[in-house]
Design a protein. Structure first.
Length: 184
């Protein structure tokens, strides 16, 4: 074997009937040593935004089916970190009757995503757009999204860039507007 550990003489000492092996601290940093597993990403490690290019923009002009908006997280830290689970998403409305709507979660199972420095991952929000002619009390007009990474308490404030309005279902048990886990 070519590791430093085999080149170090280990001393076995019997203390109180137990054999104790001591390893010099220098032996713990061998060239073949495994790295510690990355820990979760914190809000301060990330930057966030809406995906706006190409086909990433939701179809807010149509009113016959669900559409999706995508929000990305990029690891801006110098360390590798992981994200797993559902982000918290609160939509803040533009109308005085809108208030704030905390989005329900989909039934999809989260996966763990590892982000190296500079890596990006996204998640989607399913939206149920409605026509402009829909009565004010039945529609929600998005203004801002408060987006909290999984297992964090600090959020990003993102301005909604797509226009349109969403069927207001903030009290529904199975709303047509909901958030998916990281990576979906």
């Amino acid at each position: 074997m070519n590791s430093k550990l085999t080149a170090v003489a280990l001393a076995a000492v019997v203390v109180g009937g137990y054999a104790v092996t001591t390893v010099p601290a220098s032996a713990a940093t061998t060239s073949g040593a495994a790295k510690a597993a990355p820990t979760r990403c914190h809000t301060a490690d990330l930057k966030a935004g809406f995906a706006t290019g190409g086909d990433a923009a939701p179809e807010m002009g149509q009113t016959t089916k669900q559409t999706q908006a995508f929000i990305w997280f990029t690891n801006k830290s110098s360390r590798t970190c992981t994200l797993s689970g559902f982000p918290g998403v609160d939509m803040v409305g533009a109308q005085s009757t809108d208030g704030t709507w905390s989005l329900a979660r989909s039934s999809k199972r989260p996966v763990k995503i590892t982000l190296e420095k500079g890596d990006t991952v996204d998640f989607s929000i399913n939206l149920l757009p409605v026509a402009k002619s829909t009565p004010k009390k039945e529609k929600f007009v998005p203004k801002q999204f408060l987006v909290t990474p999984p297992n964090e308490t600090k959020h990003f404030t993102l301005t909604w860039p797509f226009g349109g309005q969403i069927l207001k279902q903030d009290g529904a048990t199975r709303p047509g507007t909901y958030v998916n886990p990281i990576g979906f």
